[in-house]
Design a protein around this ligand. Sequence first.
Ligand SMILES: O=C(O)CCC(=O)C(=O)O
Length: 265
Amino acid sequence: MKLTKEQLDQFHTEGWLLLPELFTAEEVDLLRREAIAIYEQQRPEVWREKSGAPRTAFAAHKYNEAFRLLGAHPRMIEPVEQVFGEKVYLHQYKINAKSAFTGEVWQWHQDYGTWKRDDGMPEPRAMNISIFLDEVMPINGPLMLVPRSHNAGDLKASHDLETTSYPLWTLDEETVSRLVKEGGIVAPTGKAGSMLMFHGNLVHGSAGNITPYPRKIVYLTLNAVSNYIRKPTRAEFIAHQDFAPIEPVDDDALIRLARAQRQAA
Ligand SMILES: O=C(O)CCC(=O)C(=O)O
């Protein structure tokens, strides 16, 4: 799947691009069911909020067939290869839960800040690409982005080890206020199956979810192969060290798995 010139222009100018309902209801139903089953497992890859509700599940492509297929899906991989002009490998894979009533905040940050400081990634040539597993609404803790902030470069950040269960290099209020004055804030919303791409330096965060509507989003961090990480400090399931380029699966791979599961049931 190739992005159009208009889509590429929007990505480069604004730092983000939303492709509504790129995955079908059948594909997303499969992924949502599997995500819920993963959150029920007790395993080191599943991190919880202080309340005990799931916060994120790392590396699901290594222990779940549906997420293995999604992690190599051409609708996710090809647009990123197109932007970077080279093959990509999987740097990080997470399924963020933002559970109904209990989902906690993600503080304002740039992802590249963490990839550089914690993983030794040379350049911001990695990108987060996400698939909504539930409908993302203005009220259930959507991801908020500061358009054009990707042009601000790598900003000064502090290591927050306390606010949530997930350590993050976060930005101060003065920096966020300055960038928001220039670019505003957008919160892309859409039906389950929509795909959001955003630049590694784009400032973003999200508020808590106090609604009855869960907001699960899968994030793949795809890194240009030449930009492999040089100084990993985090566990392998958080920052992968297999730098082999992703070989995309067939476009109908998820549908075939969903149908095979139905037949076997
Ligand atoms: O899921 C969210 O709301 C935010 C996730 C995020 O910012 C991240 O994983 O870096």
